[in-house]
Ligand binder design. Structure first.
Ligand SMILES: [Zn+2]
Ligand SMILES: [Zn+2]
Length: 382
Protein backbone atom coordinates (compact mmCIF):
# COMPACT_ATOMS: atom_id res chain seq x y z
CA UNK A 1 0.00 0.00 0.00
CA UNK A 2 2.77 2.43 -0.80
CA UNK A 3 1.28 3.87 -4.02
CA UNK A 4 -0.91 6.96 -3.75
CA UNK A 5 -4.53 6.01 -3.25
CA UNK A 6 -7.59 8.09 -3.99
CA UNK A 7 -9.94 8.82 -1.14
CA UNK A 8 -12.41 6.34 -2.53
CA UNK A 9 -9.72 3.68 -2.62
CA UNK A 10 -8.63 4.52 0.93
CA UNK A 11 -12.21 4.20 2.04
CA UNK A 12 -12.55 0.84 0.37
CA UNK A 13 -9.32 -0.41 1.96
CA UNK A 14 -10.43 0.74 5.40
CA UNK A 15 -13.82 -0.92 4.99
CA UNK A 16 -12.10 -4.08 3.87
CA UNK A 17 -9.94 -4.17 7.04
CA UNK A 18 -13.00 -3.53 9.20
CA UNK A 19 -14.72 -6.41 7.50
CA UNK A 20 -11.72 -8.62 8.22
CA UNK A 21 -11.76 -7.50 11.86
CA UNK A 22 -15.46 -8.44 11.98
CA UNK A 23 -14.63 -11.90 10.62
CA UNK A 24 -11.88 -12.34 13.18
CA UNK A 25 -14.19 -11.19 15.98
CA UNK A 26 -16.82 -13.65 14.75
CA UNK A 27 -14.22 -16.39 15.05
CA UNK A 28 -13.30 -15.15 18.52
CA UNK A 29 -16.96 -15.25 19.52
CA UNK A 30 -17.06 -18.94 18.68
CA UNK A 31 -13.82 -19.58 20.57
CA UNK A 32 -15.05 -17.71 23.63
CA UNK A 33 -18.17 -19.81 23.60
CA UNK A 34 -16.09 -23.00 23.52
CA UNK A 35 -13.88 -21.69 26.34
CA UNK A 36 -16.98 -21.10 28.44
CA UNK A 37 -18.24 -24.60 27.75
CA UNK A 38 -14.85 -25.87 28.84
CA UNK A 39 -15.29 -23.92 32.10
CA UNK A 40 -12.25 -21.79 31.44
CA UNK A 41 -12.88 -19.56 34.44
CA UNK A 42 -12.20 -22.43 36.79
CA UNK A 43 -8.69 -22.80 35.44
CA UNK A 44 -7.53 -19.54 37.00
CA UNK A 45 -10.27 -18.57 39.43
CA UNK A 46 -11.64 -15.70 37.34
CA UNK A 47 -14.91 -14.48 38.75
CA UNK A 48 -16.54 -14.23 35.36
CA UNK A 49 -16.06 -15.05 31.71
CA UNK A 50 -15.69 -11.34 31.03
CA UNK A 51 -12.80 -11.15 33.46
CA UNK A 52 -11.16 -14.20 31.93
CA UNK A 53 -11.40 -12.81 28.39
CA UNK A 54 -10.18 -9.40 29.45
CA UNK A 55 -7.11 -10.90 31.12
CA UNK A 56 -6.33 -13.25 28.23
CA UNK A 57 -6.70 -10.72 25.43
CA UNK A 58 -5.49 -7.62 27.25
CA UNK A 59 -8.48 -5.66 26.00
CA UNK A 60 -10.78 -3.08 27.54
CA UNK A 61 -13.58 -4.47 29.77
CA UNK A 62 -16.16 -3.33 27.19
CA UNK A 63 -14.57 -5.43 24.46
CA UNK A 64 -14.46 -8.48 26.72
CA UNK A 65 -18.07 -7.90 27.72
CA UNK A 66 -19.18 -7.63 24.07
CA UNK A 67 -17.34 -10.81 23.10
CA UNK A 68 -18.93 -12.75 25.95
CA UNK A 69 -22.37 -11.32 25.22
CA UNK A 70 -22.09 -12.29 21.57
CA UNK A 71 -20.80 -15.77 22.46
CA UNK A 72 -23.87 -16.39 24.57
CA UNK A 73 -26.64 -14.71 22.63
CA UNK A 74 -25.82 -14.05 18.98
CA UNK A 75 -26.74 -17.54 17.79
CA UNK A 76 -30.38 -16.77 18.65
CA UNK A 77 -30.43 -13.90 16.18
CA UNK A 78 -29.64 -15.32 12.76
CA UNK A 79 -29.86 -12.15 10.73
CA UNK A 80 -27.17 -10.67 12.95
CA UNK A 81 -24.91 -13.69 13.28
CA UNK A 82 -24.96 -14.36 9.51
CA UNK A 83 -24.08 -10.79 8.65
CA UNK A 84 -21.22 -10.82 11.14
CA UNK A 85 -19.92 -14.18 9.89
CA UNK A 86 -20.01 -12.83 6.30
CA UNK A 87 -18.13 -9.71 7.29
CA UNK A 88 -21.11 -7.63 6.08
CA UNK A 89 -21.45 -5.75 9.37
CA UNK A 90 -18.83 -4.57 11.81
CA UNK A 91 -18.46 -6.21 15.19
CA UNK A 92 -19.66 -3.00 16.87
CA UNK A 93 -22.81 -2.97 14.77
CA UNK A 94 -23.40 -6.64 15.47
CA UNK A 95 -23.25 -5.89 19.22
CA UNK A 96 -25.48 -2.80 18.99
CA UNK A 97 -28.06 -4.70 16.95
CA UNK A 98 -27.82 -7.70 19.24
CA UNK A 99 -28.60 -5.50 22.24
CA UNK A 100 -31.51 -3.96 20.35
CA UNK A 101 -32.90 -7.40 19.51
CA UNK A 102 -32.38 -8.65 23.05
CA UNK A 103 -34.27 -5.63 24.34
CA UNK A 104 -37.29 -6.91 22.46
CA UNK A 105 -37.05 -5.44 18.97
CA UNK A 106 -38.95 -7.47 16.34
CA UNK A 107 -37.02 -9.06 13.41
CA UNK A 108 -38.49 -6.34 11.15
CA UNK A 109 -37.22 -3.62 13.47
CA UNK A 110 -33.83 -5.31 13.54
CA UNK A 111 -33.74 -5.41 9.71
CA UNK A 112 -34.62 -1.74 9.50
CA UNK A 113 -31.95 -0.87 12.02
CA UNK A 114 -29.21 -2.01 9.61
CA UNK A 115 -30.01 1.12 7.61
CA UNK A 116 -29.55 3.42 10.60
CA UNK A 117 -26.30 4.73 12.03
CA UNK A 118 -24.94 3.10 15.17
CA UNK A 119 -25.89 5.92 17.51
CA UNK A 120 -29.49 5.62 16.38
CA UNK A 121 -29.48 1.89 17.00
CA UNK A 122 -28.28 2.47 20.57
CA UNK A 123 -31.03 5.01 21.13
CA UNK A 124 -33.64 2.68 19.68
CA UNK A 125 -32.41 -0.01 22.01
CA UNK A 126 -32.67 2.22 25.08
CA UNK A 127 -36.27 2.94 24.17
CA UNK A 128 -37.03 -0.68 23.42
CA UNK A 129 -35.71 -2.09 26.64
CA UNK A 130 -38.28 -4.53 27.79
CA UNK A 131 -37.93 -5.98 31.23
CA UNK A 132 -38.27 -9.72 31.14
CA UNK A 133 -40.60 -11.47 33.58
CA UNK A 134 -37.57 -12.87 35.30
CA UNK A 135 -35.91 -9.46 35.71
CA UNK A 136 -39.16 -8.04 36.89
CA UNK A 137 -39.83 -10.57 39.57
CA UNK A 138 -36.30 -10.34 40.94
CA UNK A 139 -36.51 -6.53 40.99
CA UNK A 140 -39.70 -6.90 42.95
CA UNK A 141 -38.33 -9.52 45.31
CA UNK A 142 -35.26 -7.40 46.01
CA UNK A 143 -37.25 -4.33 47.04
CA UNK A 144 -36.31 -2.88 50.39
CA UNK A 145 -36.36 0.28 52.42
CA UNK A 146 -34.35 1.00 55.52
CA UNK A 147 -34.99 3.63 58.18
CA UNK A 148 -31.99 3.68 60.46
CA UNK A 149 -31.68 5.85 63.56
CA UNK A 150 -28.26 6.90 64.80
CA UNK A 151 -27.26 5.53 68.22
CA UNK A 152 -28.79 8.42 70.15
CA UNK A 153 -31.65 8.71 67.63
CA UNK A 154 -30.81 12.35 66.98
CA UNK A 155 -30.79 11.66 63.22
CA UNK A 156 -32.23 9.07 60.91
CA UNK A 157 -30.87 7.86 57.62
CA UNK A 158 -33.13 6.32 54.99
CA UNK A 159 -32.39 4.50 51.79
CA UNK A 160 -33.63 1.69 49.67
CA UNK A 161 -34.49 0.40 46.24
CA UNK A 162 -37.83 -0.45 44.67
CA UNK A 163 -39.00 -1.41 41.17
CA UNK A 164 -39.63 1.46 38.75
CA UNK A 165 -43.40 1.64 39.12
CA UNK A 166 -43.24 1.71 42.90
CA UNK A 167 -40.44 4.25 42.79
CA UNK A 168 -42.46 6.50 40.52
CA UNK A 169 -45.40 6.41 42.93
CA UNK A 170 -43.18 7.48 45.79
CA UNK A 171 -41.42 10.09 43.70
CA UNK A 172 -44.69 11.52 42.45
CA UNK A 173 -46.18 11.80 45.93
CA UNK A 174 -43.06 13.40 47.37
CA UNK A 175 -42.56 15.78 44.44
CA UNK A 176 -46.19 16.85 44.45
CA UNK A 177 -46.13 17.65 48.14
CA UNK A 178 -42.71 19.31 47.86
CA UNK A 179 -44.08 21.56 45.10
CA UNK A 180 -46.88 22.70 47.40
CA UNK A 181 -44.32 23.41 50.10
CA UNK A 182 -42.19 25.35 47.63
CA UNK A 183 -45.10 27.64 46.80
CA UNK A 184 -45.75 28.28 50.49
CA UNK A 185 -42.07 28.90 51.20
CA UNK A 186 -41.55 31.18 48.21
CA UNK A 187 -44.65 33.29 48.75
CA UNK A 188 -43.71 33.95 52.37
CA UNK A 189 -39.96 34.45 52.10
CA UNK A 190 -38.80 31.21 53.71
CA UNK A 191 -35.66 29.90 52.08
CA UNK A 192 -35.39 26.18 51.53
CA UNK A 193 -33.55 23.82 49.23
CA UNK A 194 -35.12 21.18 47.06
CA UNK A 195 -33.64 18.45 49.24
CA UNK A 196 -35.05 20.04 52.37
CA UNK A 197 -38.49 20.34 50.80
CA UNK A 198 -38.42 16.70 49.71
CA UNK A 199 -37.57 15.67 53.28
CA UNK A 200 -40.35 17.90 54.67
CA UNK A 201 -42.71 16.43 52.13
CA UNK A 202 -41.93 12.87 53.20
CA UNK A 203 -42.59 13.76 56.83
CA UNK A 204 -45.88 15.49 55.95
CA UNK A 205 -47.02 12.38 54.11
CA UNK A 206 -46.08 10.23 57.10
CA UNK A 207 -48.00 12.55 59.45
CA UNK A 208 -51.09 12.31 57.26
CA UNK A 209 -50.88 8.57 57.37
CA UNK A 210 -50.61 8.44 61.17
CA UNK A 211 -53.48 10.87 61.59
CA UNK A 212 -55.69 8.97 59.17
CA UNK A 213 -55.08 5.89 61.30
CA UNK A 214 -56.03 7.71 64.49
CA UNK A 215 -59.16 9.18 62.92
CA UNK A 216 -60.25 5.68 62.06
CA UNK A 217 -60.06 4.61 65.70
CA UNK A 218 -63.12 5.54 67.71
CA UNK A 219 -61.27 5.11 71.03
CA UNK A 220 -58.82 7.96 70.39
CA UNK A 221 -60.25 11.44 70.99
CA UNK A 222 -59.87 13.83 68.09
CA UNK A 223 -56.82 16.04 68.03
CA UNK A 224 -54.77 14.27 70.68
CA UNK A 225 -53.28 11.98 68.15
CA UNK A 226 -49.74 11.48 69.34
CA UNK A 227 -51.15 10.26 72.60
CA UNK A 228 -50.09 9.92 76.18
CA UNK A 229 -47.93 12.00 78.45
CA UNK A 230 -44.30 12.48 77.59
CA UNK A 231 -41.67 12.92 80.26
CA UNK A 232 -38.63 14.93 79.27
CA UNK A 233 -35.38 15.21 81.23
CA UNK A 234 -33.58 18.53 80.88
CA UNK A 235 -30.10 19.28 82.16
CA UNK A 236 -30.83 22.18 84.51
CA UNK A 237 -27.16 23.12 84.87
CA UNK A 238 -26.94 24.21 81.23
CA UNK A 239 -27.71 27.91 81.04
CA UNK A 240 -27.10 28.46 77.33
CA UNK A 241 -30.29 28.05 75.34
CA UNK A 242 -28.35 26.92 72.31
CA UNK A 243 -27.01 23.97 74.21
CA UNK A 244 -30.13 22.87 75.97
CA UNK A 245 -30.57 19.26 75.35
CA UNK A 246 -33.31 17.10 76.59
CA UNK A 247 -33.97 13.44 76.66
CA UNK A 248 -37.39 12.01 76.18
CA UNK A 249 -38.04 9.13 78.52
CA UNK A 250 -37.63 5.90 76.57
CA UNK A 251 -36.99 8.08 73.52
CA UNK A 252 -34.42 10.06 71.60
CA UNK A 253 -32.36 13.01 72.79
CA UNK A 254 -33.79 16.20 71.42
CA UNK A 255 -32.52 19.76 71.14
CA UNK A 256 -34.20 22.95 72.30
CA UNK A 257 -36.15 23.38 69.04
CA UNK A 258 -37.84 20.02 69.23
CA UNK A 259 -38.56 20.50 72.90
CA UNK A 260 -40.23 23.84 72.21
CA UNK A 261 -42.20 22.29 69.35
CA UNK A 262 -43.50 19.64 71.74
CA UNK A 263 -44.39 22.22 74.35
CA UNK A 264 -46.03 24.47 71.76
CA UNK A 265 -47.93 21.63 70.17
CA UNK A 266 -49.57 21.04 73.52
CA UNK A 267 -48.33 17.49 73.92
CA UNK A 268 -48.70 16.66 77.59
CA UNK A 269 -45.09 17.17 78.56
CA UNK A 270 -43.71 16.61 82.01
CA UNK A 271 -40.36 18.41 82.28
CA UNK A 272 -37.89 17.09 84.82
CA UNK A 273 -34.82 19.24 85.47
CA UNK A 274 -31.67 17.32 86.29
CA UNK A 275 -28.64 18.60 88.21
CA UNK A 276 -25.77 16.18 87.81
CA UNK A 277 -28.24 13.52 86.90
CA UNK A 278 -30.44 14.09 89.93
CA UNK A 279 -33.97 15.45 89.47
CA UNK A 280 -34.15 18.91 91.04
CA UNK A 281 -37.27 20.52 89.59
CA UNK A 282 -40.35 19.02 88.10
CA UNK A 283 -42.87 21.13 86.28
CA UNK A 284 -46.51 20.25 86.15
CA UNK A 285 -47.37 18.64 82.93
CA UNK A 286 -47.94 21.30 80.30
CA UNK A 287 -51.60 21.72 79.81
CA UNK A 288 -52.84 21.31 76.31
CA UNK A 289 -54.54 24.38 74.87
CA UNK A 290 -58.19 24.08 75.99
CA UNK A 291 -60.59 23.20 73.24
CA UNK A 292 -62.54 26.45 73.62
CA UNK A 293 -59.38 28.52 73.20
CA UNK A 294 -58.28 26.50 70.19
CA UNK A 295 -61.65 27.07 68.57
CA UNK A 296 -61.61 30.79 69.27
CA UNK A 297 -58.11 31.19 67.85
CA UNK A 298 -59.02 29.16 64.76
CA UNK A 299 -62.17 31.22 64.25
CA UNK A 300 -60.38 34.52 64.81
CA UNK A 301 -57.53 33.75 62.40
CA UNK A 302 -59.37 31.74 59.77
CA UNK A 303 -56.13 30.29 58.41
CA UNK A 304 -52.36 30.62 58.57
CA UNK A 305 -51.56 34.14 59.73
CA UNK A 306 -48.23 34.41 57.93
CA UNK A 307 -48.44 37.21 55.38
CA UNK A 308 -48.96 35.72 51.93
CA UNK A 309 -49.68 32.16 53.05
CA UNK A 310 -52.81 30.49 51.73
CA UNK A 311 -52.11 27.00 53.04
CA UNK A 312 -54.91 25.30 54.96
CA UNK A 313 -52.78 22.30 55.72
CA UNK A 314 -52.89 21.14 59.32
CA UNK A 315 -53.60 24.51 60.89
CA UNK A 316 -52.43 24.71 64.49
CA UNK A 317 -52.16 27.36 67.20
CA UNK A 318 -48.59 28.47 67.93
CA UNK A 319 -47.27 30.26 71.01
CA UNK A 320 -45.77 33.61 69.98
CA UNK A 321 -43.85 33.89 73.26
CA UNK A 322 -42.30 30.47 73.65
CA UNK A 323 -43.76 28.12 76.20
CA UNK A 324 -40.26 27.57 77.49
CA UNK A 325 -40.00 31.32 78.10
CA UNK A 326 -43.25 31.37 80.01
CA UNK A 327 -45.59 31.93 77.04
CA UNK A 328 -49.11 31.12 78.05
CA UNK A 329 -52.19 29.69 76.39
CA UNK A 330 -53.70 33.17 76.45
CA UNK A 331 -55.54 33.87 73.23
CA UNK A 332 -53.29 36.88 72.50
CA UNK A 333 -50.21 34.70 72.73
CA UNK A 334 -51.57 32.27 70.17
CA UNK A 335 -51.61 32.56 66.42
CA UNK A 336 -52.72 30.06 63.78
CA UNK A 337 -50.06 28.59 61.53
CA UNK A 338 -50.06 25.99 58.80
CA UNK A 339 -47.90 22.92 59.27
CA UNK A 340 -45.11 24.26 57.07
CA UNK A 341 -44.75 27.58 58.84
CA UNK A 342 -45.24 26.05 62.25
CA UNK A 343 -43.00 23.03 62.13
CA UNK A 344 -40.60 23.64 59.26
CA UNK A 345 -40.07 27.41 59.23
CA UNK A 346 -40.41 28.26 62.92
CA UNK A 347 -39.71 25.26 65.11
CA UNK A 348 -37.44 23.63 62.55
CA UNK A 349 -35.52 26.39 60.78
CA UNK A 350 -35.52 29.00 63.55
CA UNK A 351 -37.65 31.72 61.98
CA UNK A 352 -39.55 33.82 64.48
CA UNK A 353 -42.70 35.85 64.18
CA UNK A 354 -41.95 39.56 63.99
CA UNK A 355 -43.83 40.91 67.05
CA UNK A 356 -44.21 44.24 65.22
CA UNK A 357 -46.17 42.66 62.37
CA UNK A 358 -49.98 42.95 62.36
CA UNK A 359 -51.86 39.95 63.80
CA UNK A 360 -53.24 38.72 60.50
CA UNK A 361 -50.23 39.51 58.37
CA UNK A 362 -47.42 38.12 60.40
CA UNK A 363 -43.95 38.48 59.02
CA UNK A 364 -41.13 36.06 59.69
CA UNK A 365 -37.75 37.09 61.03
CA UNK A 366 -34.72 34.99 60.29
CA UNK A 367 -33.10 34.41 63.67
CA UNK A 368 -29.76 32.86 64.39
CA UNK A 369 -30.48 29.35 65.59
CA UNK A 370 -30.18 28.89 69.31
CA UNK A 371 -30.31 32.56 70.28
CA UNK A 372 -33.74 32.40 71.74
CA UNK A 373 -33.91 33.16 75.41
CA UNK A 374 -33.31 31.00 78.43
CA UNK A 375 -33.59 27.24 78.43
CA UNK A 376 -36.81 25.69 79.61
CA UNK A 377 -36.85 25.41 83.36
CA UNK A 378 -39.55 25.00 85.91
CA UNK A 379 -42.45 26.99 84.56
CA UNK A 380 -46.10 27.37 85.33
CA UNK A 381 -48.07 27.12 82.15
CA UNK A 382 -51.39 28.78 81.67
ZN1 LIG B 1 -45.37 26.49 67.76
ZN1 LIG C 1 -48.50 29.11 56.49
Amino acid sequence: MTEALSINELEAELADRESRIALLRAEQVVLVQRAEWAQATQSDGSRSMEEWVQARLDVRPEVARDLVLASRRIARHRTISHRLADGRISFDRAIATLRYAEAGATPEQVDESFERDLGTVSRLKARQRRITTEDESSLFTDRYFVVQPSLDESTYRMWGQVPGAMGRTVEKAITQRADELRLIAESTGVSSTRGQRQADSLVAIARDSLDAEVHNRPDVPDGRASGGQVTVFVDASVRDAAETSAEIMYGPRVGPNTLEAMLCGGAAVNVVGLQDGVPVVTSRATRAIPRAIRDRVAHRDGGCTIDGCTSRYRLQPHHIVRVADGGTNDIDNLTTLCWYHHHVAIHGSGYQIDPESPPHRRRLLRCPLGNRGPPPRSHDPG
